[in-house]
Design a binder for this molecule. Structure first.
Ligand SMILES: Cc1cc2nc3c(=O)[nH]c(=O)nc-3n(C[C@H](O)[C@H](O)[C@H](O)COP(=O)(O)OP(=O)(O)OC[C@H]3O[C@@H](n4cnc5c(N)ncnc54)[C@H](O)[C@@H]3O)c2cc1C
Length: 295
């Protein structure tokens, strides 16, 4: 049973803000793949909803004036994976969101919903952390742009003010130009399962392809919210693209992450696979960047 008190359908971003101001208890619904499950489970009985699903300007992948990649928050996972811009510039994001649920969920689920639910296992989130994404938030006071790492406050809570909605995810040019990345999802089965651990790495090699000029790594489910692993990044930045560097990078991950025991996996198991995932994702990223790991 869906116990819904009222559904208000927004025709534009301004209309959504007005509806949220008029109905302060109402919750935003986009694709509904999280919200409707919660309502059916009785967690939000009698909910008022503001649907933003019809706001077409919030859908699509484009470049802005500064060549940043702009992903409208209503863009579905299928749409992201098929976008020529994503395929050319950040194919790893398309690959990551292609691992979400199954085809129906990828058609209805949106990147805005995936990040605004504040869940650590969100398959888009670690890649967005690793690519220095920015959340664009629009509300009664206008537009704010917040780095994705600051957008997440704690498990299930993101930096959304009253009557504010996330209108886009932005990846600045300096965060993607020349970078190549890889996402690994470890789950208990191949489809329709959330991540036991997710790891996203990207790398920028020097022109000779022998030195790691920059590297970024982020995890999902390695803590209550998605996170970067700065010790690992420091262990590899400016170092040769060699086996020794990759091993040091992978070991350093343990200084940053703090996964927990859950019914899916023990903390010790998550730590074990986190190191291996870092090793494999960096190795793959270096290969994708045209480098070769020296033994
Ligand atoms: C069977 C099944 C399998 C799944 N598998 C996966 C998986 O493998 N990986 C994974 O990451 N997720 C998975 N999910 C979770 C879900 O599909 C994703 O989190 C999806 O991205 C949610 O998007 P949505 O548009 O449906 O969000 P909704 O359910 O509409 O909203 C989710 C939350 O975000 C808020 N919200 C949505 N959009 C905005 C916005 N633009 N601004 C402000 N707040 C907003 C809503 O108020 C709500 O709190 C699965 C879900 C189901 C039902």
């Amino acid at each position: 049973m869906y116990d819904i008190k009222a559904l208000y359908e927004a025709a534009s971003v301004e209309d959504a803000i007005r509806l949220l101001q008029e109905h302060p208890e109402a919750q935003i619904i986009a694709g509904g793949s999280d919200v409707l499950v919660q309502i059916r489970e009785g967690k939000r009985a009698g909910a008022e909803l503001v649907s933003i699903y019809g706001i077409d300007v919030m859908r699509g992948v484009t470049y802005d004036g500064e060549d940043a990649i702009r992903i409208g928050s209503l863009t579905s996972f299928s749409h992201i994976a098929a976008s020529p811009i994503i395929r050319e510039k950040i194919p790893v994001l398309g690959e990551a969101v292609s691992l979400v649920g199954g085809p129906q969920i990828r058609n209805i689920g949106t990147i805005g919903g995936n990040t605004c639910n504040g869940v650590t296992s969100a398959d888009s989130a670690s890649t967005l952390f690793a690519w220095d994404a920015i959340a664009e938030l629009t509300g009664p006071e206008g537009i704010r742009r917040v780095p994705i790492a600051e957008f997440y406050i704690k498990a299930g809570k993101v930096d959304l003010r009253p009557a504010e909605l996330q209108t886009a995810i932005i990846i600045p040019k300096k965060a993607y130009e020349g970078y190549h990345g890889n996402y690994i999802k470890y789950a208990m089965r191949e489809a329709m399962d959330i991540a036991t651990l997710g790891c996203s790495v990207n790398v920028l090699l020097a022109e000779d392809k022998q030195t790691i000029r920059d590297v970024r790594i982020a995890y999902g489910v390695a803590g209550p919210i998605p996170m970067r692993a700065p010790s690992a990044e420091a262990a590899a930045k400016g170092r040769p693209a060699a086996r020794e560097t990759v091993d040091a990078f992978a070991r350093a991950v343990l200084e940053d992450i703090h996964p927990r025991d859950s019914w899916r996996a023990a903390k010790a198991f998550r730590e074990h696979i986190a190191v291996e995932m870092a090793r494999r994702a960096l190795t793959k990223s270096i290969e994708l960047a045209g480098g070769e790991i020296r033994e």
